[in-house]
Design a protein around this ligand. Structure first.
Ligand code: SF4
Ligand code: SF4
Length: 456
């Protein structure tokens, strides 16, 4: 069934002033904190212990399974702890803590990987530590592991960066376009898609023109990269939205992009892979947009992964007393950060700090049945019905209303005149559905065991 027709989305303020200035490098930090769950999938498994000396780029944790990713040290120094830490979310996460010696001495064994075929390329992608850097955190090597029977018609590079404030991908395009085109040549050679497309929003004029110019140079032209400049409508960068708007393919409910011949990669992820293949330097640092109404000097900051948010906020002259709310990511999909001590993760593309005025949640009013939430939902979900099904504890109805395809983009909440926190209700409805499905599964397994026992 096709659930996708015309994408409406919303027009949000861009607030992308940081796009015009090159990233500033964060001064050396005293310590880094590296959680082992900086990606979707099995946690990474530490291969260092407290007291070990480590250098920049040295592997400190192995991938914990097929859907996982290794972790590399972003500083030189000494491992001070490998332990479980309780986060404000209630989850216990294994963390490697490293005290930096301030020298940033590179690991001497770093060298470009040997690649002669697609298998070597995928292994290199895995070894680079690359995960979806647009925020998703899905291990990139898994995304590129195409089975022989699967056909890749399109590889779509996501350069939409549609969330307000965030400009870190824009800077990658402006500052590292050569890496992007080298990455595209690797994809063409080893994954062999029918077509390579870069999807970018029209509000990134300088970056889009840069890409268009470079795609026409004698060395890049044979790649045949199509640069698709898209309207600046949020959530243009949503995976399914981008696939539809660039390749006109619909990803059906419960299916993956590859099921319709598409792979989507974030543009900065591609640059990280290219850099690793060129130099052997894995993912250890990130450009992070630091902005928001409480930040006095907003900027893109090149920071070691694992640096504390407070290091970046202080660097951008943020008054901690003026900061009432902090987010990992943009204002539409970002996650509230409970403490400035939280670290920059692999998939952190922005840290936003807002003053009290912007941090206060408006009071919810009764729904006036205007239908704007449904009209602006890119997936046309019946948000009010889902909310009511959740509040009335009707998991079967939640399932029928297909809450699982909700991408938590925030459009419904944004357009609601009654200020209803619809996206939060979608998240709660999803969680309650998961719980219900787990219980159903457990009950079915128990019934099967009892039936087997009764039959001797
Ligand atoms: S958060 Fe979910 S329900 Fe709301 S607009 Fe986005 S996809 Fe639709
Ligand atoms: S946008 Fe808000 S007020 Fe309008 S139907 Fe949806 S929940 Fe109700």
């Amino acid at each position: 069934m096709s659930f996708f027709t015309k994408i409406k989305g919303v027009r949000v303020p861009h607030e992308k002033d940081t796009a015009s200035s090159a990233p500033k490098t964060l001064p050396p930090v005293g310590a880094v904190f590296l959680p082992m769950n900086m990606h979707i999938g099995a946690p990474s498994v530490p291969c260092v212990a407290a007291g070990d000396a480590v250098l920049v780029g040295q592997k400190i944790a192995e991938a914990g399974g097929f859907v996982s990713s290794p972790v590399h040290s972003p500083v030189s120094g000494t491992v001070t702890a490998v332990h479980d830490k309780l986060y404000a979310t209630g989850e216990k996460v294994r963390v490697i803590e490293i005290a930096s010696d301030g020298q940033d001495t590179p690991f001497p064994d770093i060298k470009p990987p040997f690649i002669s075929n697609a298998e070597d390329f995928i292994a290199a992608v895995r070894d680079s530590g690359a995960v979806g850097l647009g925020g998703a955190g899905f291990p990139t090597a898994v995304k590129l592991s195409v089975k022989p029977e699967q056909k890749v018609d399109y590889i779509i590079i996501n350069a939409a960066e549609c969330e307000p404030y965030i400009t870190s991908d824009t800077r990658t395009i402006i500052d590292s376009a050569d890496d992007i085109f080298f990455g595209l040549s690797l994809l063409k050679k080893y994954i062999q898609p029918g077509e390579l497309i870069i999807g970018i929003e029209a509000n990134k004029k300088e970056a889009a023109e840069h890409l268009l110019r470079l795609s026409e140079t004698p060395e890049n032209k044979p790649l045949g990269v199509k640069i698709t400049v898209l309207p600046s409508v949020y959530p243009q960068g949503g995976e399914k939205v981008l696939i539809y708007n660039t390749a006109r393919r619909v990803v059906p409910e419960g299916k993956l992009p590859l099921d319709v011949g598409c792979i989507v990669l974030n543009v900065t992820t591609l640059a990280v892979i290219a850099k690793y293949v060129k130099t052997g330097i894995p993912l250890t640092h990130k450009v992070v947009t630091v902005a928001g109404t409480a930040v006095k000097s907003p900027a893109n900051v090149l920071a070691p992964i694992g640096a504390k948010i407070s290091d970046l906020l202080a660097f951008c002259e943020t008054d901690p007393d003026a900061s009432a709310k902090m987010l990992y990511g943009g204002p539409m999909m970002g996650i509230a950060v409970p403490s400035e001590e939280a670290p920059i993760r692999k998939n952190t593309n922005a840290v936003l700090a807002f003053a009290e005025k912007q941090a206060v949640l408006p009071e919810e009013q009764p729904c006036i049945r205007c239908g704007r939430c449904v009209a602006h939902c890119p997936l046309r979900l019946q948000t009010v019905e889902i909310q009511n099904a959740y509040l009335n504890k009707k998991p079967e109805l939640i399932e029928q209303l297909r809450v699982n395809i909700c991408m938590e983009c925030g459009c419904c909440t944004y357009v609601c005149p009654a200020k209803r926190q619809l996206t939060q209700y979608m998240k709660l409805a999803k969680a309650s559905l998961r719980e219900y499905q787990d219980l159903q599964k457990a009950a079915a397994e128990k019934a099967k065991l009892l039936a087997e026992a009764a039959n001797g």
